[in-house]
Design a protein around this ligand. Sequence first.
Ligand code: GLU
Length: 466
Amino acid sequence: MPANPHTAPSPQAHQAENRAIEALYADVVRRNRGETEFHQAVHEVLETLAPVLARRPELADARIVERVCEPERQLMFRVPWTDDAGAIHVNRGFRVEFSSALGPYKGGLRFHPSVDLGIVKFLGFEQIFKNALTGLSIGGGKGGSDFDPKGRSDAEIMRFCQSFMTELYRHIGEHTDVPAGDIGVGGREIGYLFGQYKRITNRHESGVLTGKGLGWGGARVRTEATGYGCVLFTEEMLRARGESLDGCRVVVSGSGNVAVYAIEKAQQLGATVLTCSDSSGYVVDEKGIDLDLLKEVKEVRRGRIAEYAELRGAHVRFVAAGAEGSSVWSVPCDVALPCATQNELTETDAVALVRGGVKAVAEGANMPTTPEAVRVFQEAGVAFGPGKAANAGGVATSALEMQQNASRDSWTFARTEERLAGIMRHIHESCATTAERYGRPGNYVVGANIAGFELVADAMLAQGLV
Ligand code: GLU
């Protein structure tokens, strides 16, 4: 595999381990043909692991890396449903139960036309290490469907969710596998999924799904948690360099749940957020994004970002996707938070951001930065927080929701937010100290991969060959 000079060890170091890892990666590619995002996610972790295997030969002996790259179980199923006109549609449903070494499989469901097995496996693989980093007892999994919710009525969404759960219910449970939301799956969808699970099983099993409504087992801060956590992680990275978000110009991509609450927390910490985007384009608001208006447009009306520009006033620039300069990353800033989707920030974008003076980048989305772009940031000395660490606040707060469900308790917003802040500080600390322990200070990619991997690997060793 092509070595990344900033994450891979020097050519002389750990030669045997590097060769073993290369062979292993080639095997993953061969056995999971065409699953490019999965290959990318595996490559990005594996290329940082040679020094771990060199220090800890027992992990190589137990073939931990091979085992962690192979999902414990992969489910694919038919999801038939009827639209409002009575026409029949058939979608494909997925749940990849990747690792239960640390706890029940845990991870979201994504409803988006791009979803296929490779996408679900990349997300599930990332989720293993992300969940480990939270320090809470959750394994890794992911699921979803190639269903496109765009333009669908509430009744259609409900029928789809019911059909999806009619198959999924037999595979999940509070101690087995606990799905939640991701792109295209929010509070509304979790409600319909939970209702159908309850109906089929005749159990009000709160802990089977997270991201529930506050009145029926949901946790405060869960909605805000991924975005808030991403900004708290950014603040920690800046603090480690003697800086802070106060007064920073921030560029955010996306306008879904992660982006909205990243904007909210960045503004609370004194930053000016200039942008947000959706698949139709992006807006630049030099006065700072008006969050109430953004929430109204995206969450209430489920509208497009151009509407924000129209309603906000003449000073706002809307740039349509595909137009000249149509990358949100061409806007100069101090901090960039990619909060939309995978591989949205390319090498060209990274070069533009570095030229514009960016100091820190944190991934609110899963794998939004291409490997080439990560390299540009690391070479330029930009603090780069990978999603496994930076966006772990969402799933961490899901684990807090599970705790509350198990004890039939409900915590205040302040108490939950304090826990979230503590968890994000802990993740930053463990990434930073692990990177240092492996001679790569400031490299959060190395820190996150190794810290997450070691936790999972130790549990796998202890639990024997299963
Ligand atoms: N989909 C979110 C993630 O990528 C959250 C998963 C969860 O809460 O289980 O981490």
